[in-house]
Design a protein around this ligand. Structure first.
Ligand code: GAR
Length: 223
């Protein structure tokens, strides 16, 4: 038996996506070991959750560093010291320094609440509603120096109700995020997914478009 994938998670907030990953592992649906949960916010719910689960935690305050690069270099050095094979950004609300993240190319993924390349950055739900989009969703992508710009691995889509507000839309999307992220981490843990240049390779062949989350079938290739 091979050793389980060692996963570190960074989160700035409540940590519901982290909770979904932990839950998938407890159910035996995700063959990983969580080696570290880190945050830039000492009061992040994600840290409390990790502590309660017995996962080592790290809280680093960016204000203690001269600039972004110094913070990111220290953060990533500590994550590397944890022995992580994969770094998952699950609601980590910071822009990352390109040089600091370079060693993690192909080993760092992020979940973002929009159908990328639409709506990089903040207020994604509001922007989708304002644009009158019929569909909204979430994406999991490999992280590159370009903000929310790395190759997209998989997406979950949902129909927008034009009468709803951004909070309700976010609330309806979140359960889909909670299935999408563990499913993608599962593909990586099973050794089925990798990044090659800007291409996402699944089972040895390049994906022409992101995988789609299907409530009945799980992740599937686009038609
Ligand atoms: C999630 O909706 C995630 O997609 C988003 O933050 C939320 C974190 O929630 N991430 C981003 O906006 C990254 N640009 P959580 O702390 O409950 O997992």
């Amino acid at each position: 038996m091979t050793a389980p994938l060692r996963v570190a998670v960074l989160a700035s907030g409540r940590g519901s996506n982290l909770a979904a990953l932990i839950d998938a592992r407890s159910r035996g649906a995700l063959p990983v070991e969580f080696v570290l949960v880190g945050s830039d916010k000492a009061d992040a719910g994600a840290l409390r959750l990790a502590e309660a689960t017995g996962i080592p935690t790290l809280a680093l305050d960016p204000r203690g560093y001269p600039d972004r690069r110094a913070f990111d270099l220290d953060l990533f050095a500590r994550i590397a010291a944890s022995g992580a094979d994969l770094l998952v950004l699950a609601g980590f609300m910071r822009i990352l320094d390109g040089e600091a993240l370079a060693p993690w190319a192909g080993r760092m993924i992020n979940i973002h609440p929009s159908l990328l390349p639409k709506y990089r950055g903040l207020h994604t739900h509001r922007r989708a509603l304002q644009a009158g989009d019929a569909e909204h969703g979430a994406s999991v992508h490999y992280v590159t120096a370009e903000l929310d710009g790395g190759p997209v691995i998989a997406q979950a889509r949902l129909a927008v109700d034009p009468a709803e507000d951004e909070h309700l839309l976010a609330q309806r999307l979140l359960p889909l995020e909670h299935r999408l992220l563990p499913a993608v981490v599962g593909l990586i843990a099973d050794g089925r997914l990798r990044l090659e240049g800007h291409g996402v390779i699944l089972d040895g062949s390049r994906l022409p478009a992101p995988l789609l989350w299907d409530e009945a079938a799980g992740l599937r290739r686009p038609a």
